[in-house]
Design a protein around this ligand. Structure first.
Ligand SMILES: [Zn+2]
Length: 297
């Protein structure tokens, strides 16, 4: 069995783990350099990965952003600063001397969620994470959808409201611009003051505040519509909902309530995400192993 060096590159942390037969045997984590310069990221990755690479056969990377043929891009270039167009795959392959594969982090998490499903009869699944942004990953008839340019699954940028706010990607009214924790916080500023966060609004909602409830319900309704749209286009069996908002008290129930108002064909089973903070690491290692098996057969 091969040992995978799984890497999760996020906006705040860089995590790495040695994974063998689906189990984490060693794990390290450092902060993502705040400078967003290619040199700083390369140095940080080298410090994290080079010691672990000696014990691994393959490097499997899950990263924020769009991974187009191993190169990091962003729908919202402001998110990545100087890291837009960073050649992630080539840099890591060079520093470790190992075969390296890279996919998007929500895609990797979706694969981990798919593997964790109890009902093995499920073949098509969406993982949706509602957090600072809205991310998603899609599994269609047992295959993770990555896309020729790495874009597949960026469903947080499907349309929720053509009269809504402008999203970070440039489009008007994306699901993310209405449903994300960031969007919830921004909407809340009018009622609860400047620098209100999504968490603040959610706490107000739980305390019974009606303005907060309207904002949170708007988010849940956008996610329910997204689930219905994905279900009718991809014939989904199940949706797993994650993220700090997605897993917040009462949120999934609200989403389910809005879905109940739709005809039956739009309603998959909706369950809470199960794989937690290491979903990206576990998912990308499992995906890399699966790809290797497929290319052999
Ligand atoms: Zn967008």
């Amino acid at each position: 069995m091969k040992t995978y060096l799984a890497v999760d590159i996020g906006g705040t942390k860089l995590a790495a783990a040695l994974i063998s037969q689906g189990l984490i045997i060693e794990r390290e984590q450092i902060s993502t350099p705040s400078s967003q310069s290619p040199e700083a990221l390369s140095d940080a990755l080298a410090a994290l990965l080079v010691p672990l690479a000696q014990k691994a056969d393959v490097v499997a990377v899950a990263s924020t952003g769009i991974i187009n043929n191993g190169i990091l891009h962003a729908l919202n270039p402001a998110n990545l600063g100087g890291l837009n167009a960073f050649p992630l795959q080539a840099v890591i392959a060079e520093m470790t001397g190992l075969e390296t594969v890279v996919i998007n982090d929500a895609q990797a998490a979706a694969w981990a969620e798919f593997q964790a499903l109890e009902e093995q009869s499920s073949t098509s699944m969406a993982f949706i994470t509602v957090s600072t942004g809205v991310g998603a990953g899609l599994v269609n008839q047992g295959n993770l959808l990555v896309g020729a340019r790495g874009i597949a699954g960026h469903a947080g940028h499907m349309l929720a409201d053509p009269t809504g706010p402008q999203c970070g990607c440039g489009r008007i009214g994306c699901v993310e611009s209405i449903a994300s924790g960031t969007a919830i916080g921004r909407e809340g500023e009018a009622f609860f003051g400047k620098e209100t966060t999504g968490y603040d609004v959610y706490q107000q909602f739980l305390a019974g505040n009606q303005d907060a409830e309207r904002i949170v319900r708007r988010s849940a309704k956008a996610i329910a519509n997204l689930i219905a749209d994905l279900t009718i286009s991809l014939d989904l069996d199940v949706v797993t909902l994650g993220g700090s908002v997605g897993l917040a008290e009462g949120y999934l129930n609200m989403v389910s309530e809005y879905l109940e108002a739709q005809p039956a064909v739009y309603r998959p089973k909706v369950i809470p995400a199960q794989t937690g903070a290491d979903a990206g690491l576990i998912g990308v290692a499992s995906w890399a192993a699966n790809q290797a098996t497929k290319s052999k057969s």
